[in-house]
Design a protein around this ligand. Sequence first.
Ligand code: 6CS
Length: 277
Amino acid sequence: MAALAVPMGGILADCSLTQPGTGQAKSTLDQMKQQGYARIAIANEPPYTKVNSDGTVTGAEPDVVAAVLKMIGIPSVQGVVTPYESMIPGLNANRWDIIAAGLFMKQSRCSQIEYSEPEIVSTESFAVPAGNPKKLLTVADIKANPGVKVAVLPGGFEDGVLKSQNLSPSQVVNVPDGRSGIEAITASRADAFFLPTLSLNSLKTDGIEITSAIKDVPPTGSGAGFRKSDAALAQAYDAKLQPFKETPEYAQILAKWGFSADAVKGVTRQQLCSNSG
Ligand code: 6CS
């Protein structure tokens, strides 16, 4: 699914925000139908989200979201690249209409936005120097070694896991993106980089090893994120998403990006929103 990425802060077409003749605010759904696209927040972290060199937006979550939005009358999406920690504040400030980034569900996020049912379920890993010299396989391994440093994206799901497991801040190295996380390992500024397994596989370079799925991290799952005030839109979206998840097209989108539709079966928003943090 190709769509256009708009640089953060980019100017999107300005459309009237009120119903003609009534002065009432247009619903987000009507606004998106009128302008012909939905503004989606993405991070450009393949395979969850990807901005191609020509500016088109793809990735597992944008492709699923775009397919479902078409079913409710919104023909395309425009991506706005933003850090994970800005996605919910930006949604609630109406800088975009939907979060379609693989923003994993957990209590604090589910209390602020209305998630669809899960679209992706995945795992977490560490990138480490080849040979994993410090034998870092779990968060507990990092916690047990106060001299070990772990790189994370500030405000990301992984950062929240470290905080919920009371890791000392002195062990945390904040990095702005995936490439910087890998560079922190190669420059020996961190002993591990904590990120989803498939994202690390996309970033892997010589001298770097990706661990198997970390066993002491809660299950990570994401869906489309809507404003709480757009609950009707979220319900209309879910009404199309749930049957779509049973189709070969959905399974093909996920498989194209390395995800498994089977991993999502039976997993609910309620379960994932019970993740602490
Ligand atoms: O939900 C999050 O915050 C995490 N999601 C992805 C797809 N990558 C890293 C980020 O921390």
